[in-house]
Ligand binder design. Structure first.
Ligand SMILES: [Zn+2]
Length: 291
């Protein structure tokens, strides 16, 4: 109806944030379970529950960023879900997937280019990840690239060496993909809410510092540049409005995942998106921290 009345851009304006937060909610529900499973050593379950968010939902976040109106129009006006089905694109439109991934990760620190990311996530013959996903979801697989050997059942008789290798593989791959997905989602969020360049930089610096630390990159020049930016930025507590001591704050950002107000003890996550807009803050802070 909106398109008939020529209101499709207004419809997309409303639908875009709705789709972003819905996709994120779906992504986090599955990945939350996957991360809990890997933490507890249930390796095949961790891979099985990661397939939908990483293989499917992540692509739609990339599509929403790189060509949002196209995705929103297809969801609203297509007569067939096939028109926007990732499985259909894999069968004959790999160029579209590669372009979408490439455009979305353009501004993100990413160990792969768009084509490599496509091969990792979507090709059966070149990807170890596709093989693990397949085997974690099926007890016997007949796909020529991941055929179950005779006298075996997928992962049923796996020994500790196999589990330990897969455990390490999970973290080596998903750490990067999770980071990319987060950056893609943040970019969409920033564009929707027209976040100013200063806040984009501050939040990117904090995210990059944590990412570089986790992947073990020791680059003193980058770190001191980041530290300089944070030391010269004024942060205040959302609860009591006191100005934070930057040295304490910096130390906590660098070494922890939570930071506390020196005055009232109010606790915040380092991963919180930092912003000074009461309306957006209300959205961001409308949740509890459970320690
Ligand atoms: Zn405070």
């Amino acid at each position: 109806m909106a398109r008939k009345n020529n209101y499709s851009s207004e419809a997309n304006y409303i639908l875009k944030p709705h789709l972003l937060f819905s996709l994120l909610s779906d992504f986090n529900m599955y990945m939350g379970d996957s991360l809990r499973s890997i933490e507890e050593g249930r390796v095949s379950v961790a891979f099985a529950t990661s397939r939908k968010p990483i293989h499917d939902t992540f692509f739609y976040l990339c599509w929403l960023l790189s060509s949002g109106d196209d995705l929103l129009n297809k969801i609203q006006y297509s007569n067939k879900a096939k028109d926007y089905d990732i499985s259909e694109f894999k069968r004959g439109k790999s160029d579209f997937i590669i372009t979408t991934l490439s455009n979305a990760i353009d501004e993100v620190i990413c160990p792969w280019n768009g084509k490599e990311l496509y091969e990792l996530l979507y090709t059966k013959d070149k990807s170890d990840l596709a093989s693990v996903w397949n085997k974690s979801l099926h007890i016997i697989t007949n796909d020529k690239n991941h055929t179950t050997n005779p006298k075996n059942l997928n992962f049923v008789f796996a020994n500790n060496d196999i589990w330990n290798n897969l455990w390490g593989y999970y973290y080596s791959v998903f750490l990067h993909i999770y980071h990319i997905a987060m950056r893609v989602a943040i970019k969409i969020f920033q564009d929707i809410f027209k976040i100013s360049e200063n806040y984009r930089v501050i939040n990117q610096v904090i995210l990059d510092i944590k990412y570089l630390e986790i992947i073990g990159i020791e680059d003193d020049d980058i770190k001191s540049a980041y530290k300089y930016i944070l030391e010269h930025t004024e942060f205040y507590c959302d609860k009591c409005a006191s100005i934070y001591n930057n040295q304490f704050l910096l130390e906590e950002i660098l070494t922890k995942n939570l930071f506390a107000c020196q005055h009232c003890g109010h606790m915040e996550r380092v991963g919180n998106y930092i912003i000074d807009d009461p309306e957006i803050e209300k959205i961001i802070n409308n949740r509890r921290i459970i320690i």
